[in-house]
Design a protein around this ligand. Structure first.
Ligand code: GLU
Length: 446
């Protein structure tokens, strides 16, 4: 075993000892550690400064109680968190997730990933993540507002435009960010830059809603073209039907591909002629209904996971949630002919699935790179807010595209530098690892 490998394994064992039950966090660390050995071998400072162990421990985790009264008069208690993972690269930046599965392990994995993702954008932002086990599904606007107000009454003292800037994630969109900001303003004052993903009428950025999905397609197209392929004429499956999925589908269609299926947590729509984005937007964004409302001639609603669908297709874009593709589903999609998997969701593939992509030479866009368009555009929102300015949709979209193209370029350069072929997973992890590690070393032991 090389000294680098020995070091990596010894740090992993410590992480495991400190949190043996945090399985999502352990998974994110394992996947990362499996690829960075060449970078550690290259620079003895990483071992000397024990950079890995410094990196895997969040700088701070804040947990709090969220008491609120629902519209029926019941007292409700939820758990709230903010994980301020790493500030080597700037103020903590990352979304809030409201979902019943939210736990410290989930938020630590998300904060860890966010740190590296944010560094890839080339913008000055550190990594953080937060949220609650609150379930917004089916709740009235009034209940959502009451919950958001109570959540912010605790969170406000830990965030700020130069300190920690939350945004949305699963279960948190413009409506929730609006209520959260309203409460922040009552407590602190009008500091527009404290949250991103704000509705456009309250100093949000044009293009933020579309950014993660559009960015995913820009990144993936760049990777495809580097391999003499393109979205044009390809059959694509997108999982999910939230914000990321909707704008991914819209952009794939613009690029000449056909998205033949999308899903929610119960089932999926199979529509050979291509998902009707206008209808999907109406169901999800206006009516806030489930996919069962998608009634269109030629389409079918099928219960279960979209990754169990047995049809021939070319490109898989998982945009739902963590671990939606396990080893068995990965085998299936490869068997169905998919040659490219690019991730709109965070860590949608298990370790077994990722290993299969690499073994089978799948063109793989890991989430840290492929879905960085959302947070990148959040940072463009911060820039507009601090300049008291406003950019057009075209300006924002152009900058987003450039950022995604640049991310792929730097990943590709790393692949060449380290002789990784098209193992983009290693390329992504090493590129972001080196950025964060070097920034940490320059700052000393802090
Ligand atoms: N939640 C998004 C992500 O996973 C965006 C975070 C942000 O805009 O700060 O990157």
């Amino acid at each position: 075993m090389t000294a680098a490998k020995e070091y990596i394994e010894s740090v992993y064992q410590k992480v495991e000892l400190r949190g043996p039950h945090q399985k999502e966090f352990l998974q994110a660390v394992r996947e990362f550690f499996n690829t960075i050995e060449p970078a550690i071998e290259n620079n003895p400072d990483y071992i000397k400064w024990n950079v890995l162990e410094q990196m895997v421990e969040p700088e701070r985790i804040i947990t709090f109680k969220i008491p609120w009264m629902d519209q029926a008069g019941n007292v409700q208690i939820n758990k709230g968190y903010r994980v301020q993972f790493n500030s080597a690269n700037g103020p903590y930046k990352g979304g809030l997730r409201f979902h019943p599965t939210v736990s410290e392990s989930i938020l630590k994995f998300l904060g860890f990933e966010q740190t590296f993702k944010n560094s890839l954008t080339g913008l000055p932002i550190g990594g953080g993540k937060g949220g609650s086990d609150f379930n917004p599904k089916g709740k009235s606007d009034a209940d959502i507002m009451r919950f958001c107000q109570s959540f912010m009454t605790e969170l406000y003292r830990h965030i700020g435009p130069q300190l920690d800037v939350p945004a949305g994630d699963i279960g948190v969109g413009g409506r929730e960010i609006g209520y959260l900001y309203g409460q922040y303003k009552r407590l602190v004052g009008p500091e527009t830059g404290v949250l991103t993903g704000k509705p456009v009428v309250m100093n949000g950025s044009l293009g933020r809603t579309e950014a993660t999905g559009y960015g995913l397609v820009y990144y993936t197209e760049e990777m495809l073209q580097a391999n003499n392929k393109s979205f044009s004429g390809q059959k694509v499956i997108v999982s999910g039907s939230g914000n990321v999925a909707i704008y991914t589908i819209e952009k794939v269609h613009e690029y000449g591909g056909t998205v033949i299926a999308c899903s929610d947590s119960n089932g999926y729509i199979y529509d050979e002629n291509g998902i009707d984005v206008a209808l999907l937007k109406d169901i999800k964004e206006v009516r806030r209904e489930r996919l069962t409302s998608y009634n269109k001639e030629g389409s079918r609603y099928i219960e279960g996971s979209v990754w169990d669908l047995e049809v021939a297709y070319d490109i898989a874009l998982p945009c739902a949630t963590q671990n939606e593709i396990d080893g068995e589903k990965a085998e299936k999609l490869i068997h169905n002919g998919a040659y490219c998997v690019s991730e709109g969701a965070n860590m949608p593939s298990t370790l077994e699935a990722v290993d299969l992509y690499i073994e089978n030479g799948i063109l793989y866009g890991p989430a840290k790179a492929a879905n960085a368009g959302g947070v990148a555009t959040s940072t463009l929102e911060m820039a507009q807010n601090s300049a008291h300015g406003h950019w057009t949709m075209e300006q924002v979209d152009e900058k987003l595209k450039q950022i995604m193209v640049n991310i792929f370029k730097s990943v590709n350069e790393t692949c060449q530098e380290y002789d990784l072929g098209n193992n983009y997973l290693a390329g992504v992890n090493i590129t972001s690892f080196v950025k964060i590690a070097d920034a940490m070393i320059h700052q000393g032991i802090v």
